[in-house]
Design a protein around this ligand. Structure first.
Ligand code: ASP
Length: 437
């Protein structure tokens, strides 16, 4: 058994959090690969090291002294070291680095130091070998991770050292320079490490006990999701649930490695297990898996009696393409179809789109509805239960929520309803109470 454990910024925010991480790692000797983010916020008014480093760079760019910010960063790191009684001579390294802080220093190199120094400290504290991401995570010429070089480099570092700690978020370009990933990218580094060493599980330790069935700002105390498939997760994320960095899923999904989201502050909670497919027993746990939604869509309905659906629809889609507006959903009727797109993506082009559709589709009418929210009930069980949509619509109707459009994914993983923006929260609550509570 081999586990890769990635700890996010809040899990390594200070000495107290380091202690929790050590307890988690020590509790299971199969956790032999650790990936760490840069120290995050310790509280509401605190700052992430990464944000401070970006700020430092902005000061350098404008020729303003970044001494004060750098000092805050130094204090933070030295504080962790001293509180934990570690011996890493970090002052020397930090002051050597301080001398490198000029306009010429690349922003990627500078911000990567958050992960670098946090990981150096954590490696000493855990008794793991520090393996610099610059020596085992490689980007190709196109800026994407070169798995053919990266995978064997991580695997052999593990083989040579037994227990390794890799800083997340960055790697090395073919030129030798450092490149960082997009924000939240340590999730990706963790997934790459898990895929590289063929881990049995990729644990992603954060500050919540897994993915919740609905947004806790809308539904009070939603239940956590125990098991979810990668497919369902994609639907939920697409519909607005913020979970993991999207690119972090592919490497583990491809290898069939389960991804377990865990809470560093509540290690006793099992968290959410994300897997390729789900057993019958897990299927029976719950009727739907989760609910998510997004606001501010527009629906463009094209009405044309006796139309040849395929060609009229194609012409309409071509217009959207021409204006670079992605169509999120399509619903079809006999004499009409409706295209749903984000209002922001349509922007002022909406009137040109309508004019062009009038020209190319020659419809009887084109109607535009704005201020629409899409709310999705996601769940693999829905397809096998007759009458789900009926129950759902009845429940919404009882609460005075008027449904403007309905879409169901072809794989029946989600039922999506369009409602007025002002009904967004009610629709989510009604769906949660009716199907999840
Ligand atoms: N430290 C980086 C960020 O704040 C990467 C990460 O935490 O995953 O975005």
């Amino acid at each position: 058994m081999l586990k890769v454990a990635k700890f996010g910024g809040s899990s390594v925010a200070g000495a107290e959090q380091f202690k929790k991480v050590k307890a988690i790692v020590d509790a299971d000797p199969t956790r032999r690969v650790v990936v760490a983010s840069a120290a995050g916020k310790r509280g509401k008014d605190d700052h992430k090291l990464t944000d401070l480093l970006y700020l430092c760079h902005a000061h350098l760019t404008y020729g303003v002294s970044c001494d004060e910010i750098w000092h805050t960063i130094e204090e933070r790191l030295i504080g962790i070291r001293d509180e934990l009684g570690l011996s890493l001579p970090i002052e020397e390294e930090l002051s050597a680095y301080r001398r490198k802080l000029t306009k010429e220093l690349s922003v990627d190199e500078l911000v990567s130091r958050g992960e670098y120094f946090t990981s150096r400290l954590l490696a000493e504290y855990l008794g793991f070998t520090f393996v610099d991401a610059a020596s085992c995570v490689f980007f190709g010429m196109d800026g994407t991770v070169d798995r053919e070089k990266t995978d064997p480099a991580i695997a052999s570092a593990l083989k040579a050292n037994g227990k390794i700690l890799i800083p997340g978020f960055y790697g090395r370009l073919p030129s030798g320079r450092i490149k960082v990933m997009s924000r939240g990218g340590s999730d990706i580094s963790g997934a790459l490490a898990a895929a590289a060493v063929d881990a049995d599980v990729y644990e992603n330790w954060t500050d919540v006990s897994g993915i919740l069935m609905a947004d806790p700002r809308i539904v009070s105390e939603p239940k956590p999701i125990a098991h979810i498939t990668f497919g369902e997760l994609r639907e939920l994320a697409f519909m607005g649930a913020s979970v993991l960095h999207e690119e972090s899923i592919q490497p583990v999904k491809d290898k069939g490695i389960p991804l377990n989201i865990r809470n560093t502050n509540r290690p006793e909670d099992p968290g959410t297990m994300i897997v390729e497919s789900i057993t019958e027993e897990e299927q029976n746990e719950r009727f739907i898996t989760g609910i998510a939604g997004r606001k501010n869509f527009s629906i463009l309905t094209v009405i044309k009696h006796n139309m040849k659906l395929s060609s009229t629809l194609r012409s309409a889609l071509e217009v959207f393409d021409r204006y670079n507006v992605p169509v999120e959903h399509i619903t079809l009727g006999l004499d009409s179809f409706a295209l749903v797109a984000s209002t922001a993506a349509l922007g002022d082009a909406v009137y040109d789109v309508i004019a062009d559709i009038r020209k190319s589709c020659r419809p009887d009418n084109v109607e535009l509805q704005e201020g629409i929210s899409l709310v999705a009930a996601v769940g693999r069980k829905m397809s096998s239960r007759p009458g789900v949509s009926g129950r759902l619509f009845a429940a919404l109707g009882e609460h005075g929520v008027n449904i403007r459009t309905i879409a169901q994914g072809a794989d029946e993983l989600a039922i999506i309803v369009g409602v007025a923006n002002e009904n967004f929260e009610t629709a989510i609550r009604v769906m949660y109470d009716g199907f999840a509570g």
